[in-house]
Write a protein that binds this ligand. Structure first.
Ligand SMILES: *[C@@H]1O[C@H](CO)[C@@H](O)[C@H](O)[C@H]1NC(C)=O
Ligand SMILES: *[C@@H]1O[C@H](CO)[C@@H](O)[C@H](O)[C@H]1NC(C)=O
Length: 201
């Protein structure tokens, strides 16, 4: 029993470490900012590490967690938000959402922010005044839907503060994670994360 428990713990630790390497925040652009510095709260679900309720998964309304954070320091120009699952059995994280050009005026995101804004010449613009990038379904957000029996998955929501706005000119209209990774080089001025956990039995 004890033996199996030890193996299980080692697997958990290995899983956490390998998961960590997949996260955008372990990319070289974060070399000067290894640790989170922005506290992110999710009043509707609780502290980071909380379980997602049904409405925040593919089995319910599929809502993105509403998050909040403090006012930025003067050097922050805009934010970027990535939602990824490093616990999927794939070489790279599964990307659930990419949101960019989030104004420095914003100190949180709410559910209505993620509605598509149609009355604009700008594609992929959302009601929150920011744009969305490419996830695995080319949709605004892919709600968590892990394989049944695959154990708990962590859904990272990473808010990245940039000290210079992203240059989106050279990017696709539907911006990819690779493009984002390159574009934030030399612009990361801090970050924070909130993690939701979900498991399907
Ligand atoms: C935008 O268009 C989609 C699809 O036609 C529609 O479902 C959605 O309600 C529209 N959003 C707004 C804010 O009008
Ligand atoms: C922005 O942040 C990067 C990475 O921390 C830093 O190297 C750069 O000097 C900063 N630029 C400005 C304009 O503050």
């Amino acid at each position: 029993m004890r033996y199996y428990h030890t193996i299980y713990c080692l697997l958990l630790i290995a899983g956490a470490v390998s998961g960590h390497k997949k996260l955008i925040t372990s990319h070289p652009a974060f070399a000067d900012h290894r640790f989170p510095s922005i506290p992110i709260e999710c009043p509707e679900l609780g502290p980071s590490g909380s379980y997602l309720d049904k409405d925040h998964t593919s089995e319910g309304a599929g809502l993105i967690p509403a998050l909040s954070w403090p006012s930025p320091s003067d050097n922050i120009d805009e934010y970027l938000l990535i939602s990824e699952d490093p616990d999927a059995p794939t070489a790279e994280s599964i990307i659930h959402g990419i949101y960019y050009r989030i104004s420095r005026e914003k100190t949180g995101i709410q559910h209505p922010d993620f509605r598509v804004k149609n009355n604009t010449h700008e594609p992929y613009m959302l009601q929150g005044g920011f744009k969305y990038g490419k996830n695995r379904h080319d949709s605004v957000y892919v709600p968590p839907s892990p394989f049944a029996g695959h154990g708990p998955h962590r859904y990272f929501f990473e808010l990245i503060a940039l000290n210079n706005s992203l240059e989106t000119g050279p990017m696709n209209d539907l911006v990819t994670l690779d493009e984002v990774r390159k574009a934030i080089q030399g612009k990361v001025a801090g970050w924070g994360q909130w993690v939701g956990v979900y498991e399907r039995s």
